[in-house]
Design a protein around this ligand. Structure first.
Ligand code: HEC
Length: 136
């Protein structure tokens, strides 16, 4: 059987639309060798662990302003390490839940284009706090 027969199936299972991939400008086309690492990142499950929350919460909604350099520029807290996330956990949890509901220090800020974390992400973050930040 032709060896590329399974490629569309593989791309589909990675959530990558083959048609869109083909329409993309060539600079954006992904080499097959790179697909493996991408699909691994897409597979990170939402669980109570730092790595998972870094992916689902921090990188998506926070680190563009709270990363190493951006935090300095914005004169706010650097949330790019696990230690800092633990130190500010109460504030982080507040800002993504009650803060969003009350409008008092919501994070990401209301006028930001960063996505607001889902309630589920908030609940998993709380679970990670309750588990005393053990990764598992
Ligand atoms: C668009 C930029 C931006 C994004 C995105 C953003 N923040 Fe902020 N954040 C700020 C700024 C600016 C401040 C300082 C606000 C102030 O002190 O009034 C701040 C303050 C905070 C504080 C208070 C820090 C302190 O000094 O006590 C926490 C905690 C926080 N952010 C958490 C988060 C979390 C968690 C996310 C992601 C869900 C997030 N932020 C996303 C810009 C951002």
């Amino acid at each position: 059987m032709h060896k590329f027969f399974f490629l569309p199936l593989f791309l589909f299972s990675c959530g990558i639309d083959l048609q869109k991939l083909n329409q993309a400008p060539s600079a954006l086309r992904i080499k097959k060798s790179k697909l493996d690492s991408i699909s691994v990142r897409q597979d990170i499950k939402l669980v109570a662990s730092y790595e998972s929350l870094k992916f689902h919460l921090l990188e998506k909604s926070c680190l563009n302003c709270h990363g190493k350099e951006s935090s300095v520029a914005l004169k706010t807290v650097d949330l790019s390490t696990k230690e800092m996330v633990i130190k500010y956990a109460d504030d982080i949890y507040y800002s993504i839940t009650e803060g969003q509901e009350t409008g008092i220090l919501p994070m990401p800020p209301l006028d930001s284009s960063s996505p607001i974390p889902s309630m589920e992400v908030g609940e998993v973050f709380k679970k990670w706090m309750d588990l005393n930040y053990v990764d598992g």
